[in-house]
Design a binder for this molecule. Structure first.
Ligand code: ADP
Length: 398
């Protein structure tokens, strides 16, 4: 079975074509700068070297046409080989607890969640509408970043704000990165040789955006991102948890408008705000050259992760494994070591030799006798979307 996964951003289209029997990507690529005078297309066929193509894509429809031409040339029987298309959708609100076969009703519910994700959901919808139009004969499935966290109990997802803000306006914590947390939780349980339903995990997805989840028996019971992806950990350019009253101060004292504060919190804060860099490799290079602001950014980043590890340990009571994933979680040995330092009383420790170069796609970096395993697991959000799409098709046919 072949499944195409699409992730439509405001000016980009990321895609992967999976052979589900082998669980391998036959083709993956990214079309960027859609809508600009010159777009770019990078793609990779199987394990071959990446290829680059300059082109002009006016909109997602043209980007999809480019992709479909490539698919026709790649698949021996063309597009008829596709069993389904899985679409990444950022916000499913409270309506979607699992993937949904896309029809007009599902589209209306994704539209209804636009106020909760005004940048992401319209782009995701544009990709869906164009793909439905161009590939009407294939089932399309929406897979939501928020769905995995719909199991949070009310005392974890509610904000201590007036109740009608929740009941009438949906102001609550939703959580994001659900496909990644779900995927690495399954891989971690496999690695530990335990059923997922009996496994308690703290999963740390550390990429440009970053979030932590407390997973009890395979179920998400808390997560650090909230109503938007701004809450929680310090990130590349997002501030994460800060005193909400800082916004009042910025408005009243510095005369900042709401949009400027929004931009400041999302685009100019986090590591970027503290040291002028948002890429973790650049931050390390700057710190190594002696820059104090980069050293501070690293210390803050690790400290804030450690605080969540402590909090989620308390939430779970028993933890089988701490799981690092995402570009930073998978590659940054210093960070993994630093956020686990001083946690031996929790049964958490890192073996420096194992931490230096963990094997892919999953490896333990804790000493063998550690009560809590510390794992590095490579995430694969596209494969998880494909797996959830396949599951949705099976459920529909039963
Ligand atoms: P996204 O959230 O956009 O998917 P990724 O998961 O790819 O991002 O993570 C990007 C982050 O991973 C960047 O901050 C990058 O510097 C960091 N990263 C990638 N490789 C390394 C490395 N070897 N050491 C430290 N950080 C790394």
């Amino acid at each position: 079975m072949k499944i195409l996964v699409l992730n439509a951003g405001s000016s980009s289209l990321k895609y992967s074509l999976f052979d589900m029997a082998e669980r391998t990507a036959l083709l993956s690529g990214l079309i960027e700068r859609i809508g600009e005078a010159e777009s770019s297309h990078r793609y990779r066929l199987g394990a071959s070297a990446a290829q680059q193509q300059a082109l002009t894509c006016r909109d997602h429809g043209q980007a999809l046409q480019t992709l479909f031409s490539l698919l026709r040339a790649t698949l021996p029987s063309g597009l008829s080989e596709l069993a389904a298309v899985g679409h990444r959708v950022v916000h499913g609100g409270e309506f979607f607890h699992e993937p949904a076969l896309i029809d007009r009703r599902v589209i209306a519910h994704i539209e209804a969640a636009i106020p909760l994700a005004p940048l992401h959901n319209p782009a995701n919808l544009s990709g869906i509408e164009q793909a439905l139009h161009l590939l009407a004969e294939v089932p399309h499935v929406a897979v939501f970043d928020t769905a995995f966290h719909q199991t949070l109990p009310d005392y974890a997802f509610r904000y201590p704000l007036p109740s009608q803000l929740y009941s009438e306006h949906g102001v609550r914590r939703y959580g994001f990165h659900g496909t990644s947390h779900a995927y690495v939780a399954k891989r971690a349980a496999d690695y530990l040789g335990k059923p997922l339903a009996a496994t308690n995990l703290i999963t740390l997805h550390l990429g440009n955006g970053a979030s932590v989840a407390a997973i009890a028996g395979g179920i998400s019971i808390d997560t650090s991102m909230g109503m938007t992806p701004l809450e929680g950990l310090m990130m590349g350019s997002r501030c994460g948890d800060i005193d909400p009253a800082i916004a009042f101060y910025l408005a009243r004292t510095l005369g900042m408008e709401l949009d400027a504060i929004d931009k400041l919190y999302n685009k100019a804060s986090g590591c970027l705000g503290v040291c002028g860099e948002n890429d973790m490799r650049a931050i390390h290079a700057k710190a190594e050259s002696g820059d104090d602001s980069a050293k501070l950014a690293l210390a803050m980043y690790a400290y804030r992760i450690k605080k969540y590890i402590g909090a989620y340990y308390a939430v779970l009571g028993r933890v089988d494994a701490l799981v690092f994933t995402g570009g930073i979680g998978e590659n940054d040995a210093w960070l993994r070591q630093t956020c686990c330092e001083g946690l031996t009383a929790f049964g958490i420790a890192v073996d420096p030799a194992a931490n230096a170069a963990p094997a892919k796609p999953a490896a333990a970096i804790s000493p063998a006798a550690s009560p809590v395993a510390v794992l590095v697991v490579n995430t694969d959000e596209e494969l998880e979307i494909a797996l959830q799409t396949a599951e949705c098709l099976v459920k529909r046919s039963n």
